[in-house]
Design a protein around this ligand. Sequence first.
Ligand code: XBP
Ligand code: MG
Length: 259
Amino acid sequence: MAGLHALIFDVDGTLADTERDGHRVAFNRAFAEAGLDWDWSAELYGELLSVTGGKERILYYLDHYNTRFVRPDDLNDFIADLHRSKTAHYMTLMAEGAIPLRPGVRRVLEETRAAGVRLAIATTTTPENVGALIRSTLPEGAMEWFDVIGAGDIVPNKKPAADIYAWVLRQMKVEARHVIAFEDSAHGLVAARGAGIERVVITVNDYTSAQDFADASVVLEDLGEPQVPATLLAGPAPTDGIVDLAFLRGLIETGDGLA
Ligand code: XBP
Ligand code: MG
């Protein structure tokens, strides 16, 4: 039996629904502060999410949606400055407690950690943003719950490239067959599978629910809470609609799942 040794969590859309009311709002505040008339609607933002990484997303927006913008000579510096400002706005939003964790996330973190399962993070967003979300939603000291936090520009290629998951696996010195990844998007699923992680739990959100999750182990609306079971979209059903340690161990040990 393979055994469950570690869980690796994506952040945006998975731990919390941070995209529409967190990152998008922070981008717009940074644009306004820089005197730009750019305004990313919730709908446009859904299209921009096809590119991961905030700096990469701004460039994609200029290349495809705002081609008339007169670019400064130092475009990369200009984008990096805008993105720094966006990160500051995002951290302010998190400190104000703008976004809660998704259902079941804290329960799964606490239950698995108590059982000796190691926790880690693999995300495209910045380390500052990860810290801001964790500090605003979990008890003091919760950063220490995570053995490894893989975030932002520490790898050359962002999701759907496998780099960040491969980096986290290397840092943890854990084999992919002992790991379950948690993701909300097809890009994230491809990244995890690309690093050799065969078990991936998908919790969809409004931006990702129509994406292709055929390679996932299970697809749900969320992780479920007692009295508030999760809706199952594909794969094996967790008992009482609650993703818990026993269900996760089952995914690893029986090889149940779509993939
Ligand atoms: C998240 C992202 C990030 C955030 C913005 O992807 O694509 O770019 O939208 O964060 P994932 P930054 O959930 O797959 O990690 O602006 O800090 O990049
Ligand atoms: Mg995500």
